[in-house]
Design a protein around this ligand. Structure first.
Ligand SMILES: [Zn+2]
Length: 121
């Protein structure tokens, strides 16, 4: 479930609500003090809470390539924290591994199918 907080720009907060609560950690009235503290502390805490762009749809390695380009520019020129960039690098690596693995399985299936067809015909 998504957080129920309506932000200053009239958009609803896009973070997930905490389990069994209506708000995300940041907007939970019970956490206001903690939240203020972590905002003041800045650095690491904020790095873990931010939004750095719109959602992205990754269907092909080409999409991943474009996304990584955005991330790199974000870290390099737009102040996106380096740990965020590192996580995205790691996750896209996982994505590519998974893509590659499923692509290989798909090709093997196709080859098997062809072998079956030529065997019976
Ligand atoms: Zn929220």
């Amino acid at each position: 479930m998504k957080c129920k907080k309506i932000l200053d720009n009239k958009q609803r907060c896009r973070a997930f609500a905490q389990s069994e609560k209506d708000f995300c950690f940041r907007h939970d009235p019970e956490n206001q003090e903690v939240s203020k503290l972590s905002s003041q502390k800045g650095g690491q805490n904020r790095a873990l809470q931010g939004f750095y762009g719109k959602s992205v749809r990754l269907n092909t390695p080409e999409d991943v390539k474009k996304f990584l380009g955005q991330v790199i520019n974000g870290v390099w020129a737009e102040g996106v924290p380096v740990p965020v960039g590192s996580s995205m690098g790691f996750l896209t690596r996982c994505w590519l591994d998974a893509y590659e693995a499923s692509d290989i399985v798909k090709r093997l299936d196709e080859i098997e199918e062809k072998l079956k067809l030529s065997g019976s015909g």
